[in-house]
Design a protein around this ligand. Sequence first.
Ligand SMILES: Nc1ncnc2c1ncn2[C@@H]1O[C@H](COP(=O)(O)OP(=O)(O)OP(=O)(O)O)[C@@H](O)[C@H]1O
Length: 324
Amino acid sequence: MDAITVNHLRRLYKSTDGIIKRTTKEVVAVEDVSFEIRQGELFGLLGPNGAGKTTSVKMLTTLLIPSGGSATILGLDVVKDANKVRPRIGFIFGGERGLYWRLSGLDNLRYFASLYYVDEATSKKRIPELLEIVGLKGREREKVEGYSRGMRQRLHIARALLHDPEVLFLDEPTMGLDPVGARELRTTVKNLQSANKTILLTTHYMFEADALCQRIAVINKGKIVALDTPEKLKENVQDLSVVEVELYGIPQEVIERIKALDFVVEVSIENRDQRQVMQVHTPKGPEAIPVLVEHLNGLRIGRIITREPTLEDAYVRLVGGAEQ
Ligand SMILES: Nc1ncnc2c1ncn2[C@@H]1O[C@H](COP(=O)(O)OP(=O)(O)OP(=O)(O)O)[C@@H](O)[C@H]1O
């Protein structure tokens, strides 16, 4: 049985504009989203800012009512059976507050366990297990105010697992963490999977989805634009090479001209300090370089390299690189 099924889910927000003459407009946050997640699967929902990830997760965790479509968790409808769904899921949202900083990690977990009606014998057994899973064993008696952001985020995960939910939603769990904190959190997520939880993880980062997820759905502007294993997504770009050109300022019209070249499949621009790196996806490989340089005439050019495509490139192609 699938742990999660999502059928044509849709959600609109109404927002009002103006002070004197108020106008209401509708924002389509999630237009049409469908997918299934198998029991025990770690599934990634990947997309740029504003793609509709958080809105989708909020509907699945019963925090928002869908405007259309339907979804089930462990066979239960997220609207009609919301009360039965809630005890069986856990969730954390990136950058979330809601821990008691003056208390130790252990006391936080004890407090939330009693709040969730976890009986004492169970919580005595479960809390040490959770501390182990999230890598906080040995630090549990320290006050949360002295924890790093990564440690707090891992304590949030332990909190979300206190009632032993079968399905876990992690919405951008590494948001705001430094690289070390993010790596430790990814290890925690892997540990959870070995504990046989079904996990839906949302992220901006392709490499994170690649490192953790068995399947990835790419969402853009409220719609799923691809859904596959990381390997299969990569195959979609295997016929291309990527030419990277370092530049110091590139006008939009030059990008448009390069995009229009017949051998160019996609162009994306990445800002790195003062420089910009233009990434041109093309089947021509290094042969494309002279023509590209001709079109960049008059601009200051740094290093030029040709490389194999990565999963990140597959993602850029799916969500349309230069518009981001
Ligand atoms: N409460 C709200 N009222 C009006 N519009 C909203 C509201 N919440 C989200 N939106 C809009 O809905 C769209 C989808 O937002 P959502 O937060 O689901 O995207 P996301 O993929 O999670 O983005 P991010 O990665 O930035 O968190 C965006 O255009 C956003 O501006």
